[in-house]
Design a protein around this ligand. Structure first.
Ligand code: GAP
Length: 435
């Protein structure tokens, strides 16, 4: 049975995936903290993205640029002038809404009254703060609304130092901030979030082909990590949906419990950003092509995914309720590469010699994987708890283990059990747990 929204939110809170930020103070709307399991899942999603986008490729390198940049960056990129949403306010209840997201443009979704909105005003989504002790306009800086601009401003630094030749990409994972008018749907749209972005610099006449290749590559990533492909679709932007920098754009969308919504944007940014930074900074960001003996500004194909949003989608996608021997069980069928805990080691009882062997087994496995030891409650309940957080394998240490030096390994999905010698356990698990 597919997950409904409230079930996933409740599981996330109950099991320690995600907590409301500042919960003890009543919570800060649209900011979230990732708990012990959530931080592992989020890290694994980012790690898998980095692995496929950087480590496994010889044409993409990484970067970690600052969140705070010169305000000139955001003038050049067009964010100061045009990174805004149209905002209206209800004259009856004062609730604020994005006019382009209203189901009925004449009806306030908060109070239900009709025809009572103020004229739409463009509301800039960037968070503004001040650098240093003086709160003046001269010291104003912005929290970055996308990681992409740090890549463009470092284009020449990276090209020169890493000796990259076209076509090549620069990838970055990090926090971005947007003062969204209507945050919501749990961690789907928040004001602080994490992105996984890659800017691929190419010859202008190869841009269309490169664009198509990246759409295929990025779709394959979700598929490879086990996301249900019937819940994925690629949706082209119409002219009026295009961002100010894009000549073409596709969204990879997932069918969330509330309907289809964006997971990742793939954009043909042309030479817009490099040219804009050349004009504003006065620096030469052209590329010298030895073969044609010419200089030009490369085109850019961007793949822009949300790390926090994608993590949420994997969680929803993995949630399964099934019946086993007349009893229902909840199991997160996460790909083992994403599972927060890879192996749980469980002594059959709390007897000291069983616990001692359990700890010894766990210690040996910890060198390779995230391990959990659980000694409380019946073994059946402990299995169910591990199923619910997506642990691919449970290793049970029982009384026979003390004599035969073997343990029982239970598979999360099939629930099949294998008896394995403790000294063979690591190599058994290495085969089953891909990196
Ligand atoms: N550099 C291009 C860019 O930022 P975008 O489509 O605005 O493009 C890329 O953002 C991705 O970042 C989105 O597809 C989404 O996954 C994520 N994202 C954007 N705004 C978000 C928000 N408020 N909360 C969570 N994730 C967000």
């Amino acid at each position: 049975m597919p997950a409904d929204f409230d079930t996933i939110v409740n599981l996330s809170k109950k099991r320690g995936f995600v907590f409301q930020a500042s919960e003890i103070y009543g919570g800060l709307r649209s900011a979230y903290d990732y708990g012990p399991l959530g931080v592992e899942l989020l890290r694994n999603v980012k790690e898998q993205w980095w692995r496929s986008m950087v480590r496994m490729r010889d044409d993409v390198v990484g970067l970690d640029s600052a969140i705070l940049q010169s305000p000139e960056v955001w003038v050049a990129s067009g964010h100061v002038a045009s990174f805004s949403d149209p905002l209206v306010e209800c004259r009856t209840c004062n609730a604020r809404h994005r006019v382009d997201k209203l189901k009925d443009p004449n009806k306030c979704p908060t109070c239900g009254n009709s025809g009572t909105f103020t004229e739409p005003k463009e509301f800039n989504l960037m968070f503004k703060t001040h650098m240093g002790p003086v709160e003046s306009e001269d010291n104003a800086v912005y929290l970055r609304p996308e990681t992409a601009q740090g890549i463009f401003t470092n284009f020449e630094n990276v090209r020169r130092t890493a000796r990259m030749k076209l076509p090549f990409g620069i990838a970055q994972v990090g926090k971005s901030f947007r003062n969204e008018i209507t945050p919501g749907q749990f961690v789907f749209r928040t004001r602080e979030f994490e992105q996984m972005e890659m800017e691929y610099f190419c010859y202008p006449d190869a841009a269309d082909e490169t664009f198509d290749q990246w759409i295929a590559t990025r779709n394959a990533w979700y598929d490879d990590l086990g996301m249900d492909t019937t819940k994925l679709r690629t949706h082209p932007h119409s002219e009026d949906e295009l961002a100010h920098y894009a000549a073409g754009a596709f969204d990879i969308e997932y069918e969330f419990p509330w309907g289809w919504d964006e997971l990742e944007g793939i954009h043909n940014r042309t030479d817009f950003d490099l040219k804009a930074h050349m004009e504003h900074s006065g620096e030469d960001l052209t590329y010298f092509d030895q073969e044609s003996d010419s200089r030009f500004v490369p085109y850019v194909i961007e793949t822009a995914a949300g790390a926090t949003r994608t993590t949420f989608a994997f969680l929803i996608d993995a949630y399964t309720e099934e019946e086993v021997n007349g009893e229902s069980r909840v199991v997160l069928k996460l790909d083992p590469r994403l599972a927060p805990v890879k192996v749980a080691v469980l002594p059959l009882s709390k007897k000291p010699d069983l616990v001692e062997t359990t700890n010894k087994v766990a210690r040996a496995l910890r060198e390779s994987w995230q391990i959990e030891v659980d000694v409380t409650q019946s073994i059946g309940r402990r299995y169910r708890r591990q199923d619910e957080i997506g642990t691919p394998f449970c290793v049970t240490v029982d009384f026979d283990s003390l004599d035969d030096n073997q343990v029982t390994v239970r598979d999360r999905d099939t629930m099949a059990q294998d008896r394995i010698a403790i000294d063979q356990l690591k190599s058994y698990l290495i085969e089953k747990l891909p990196s």
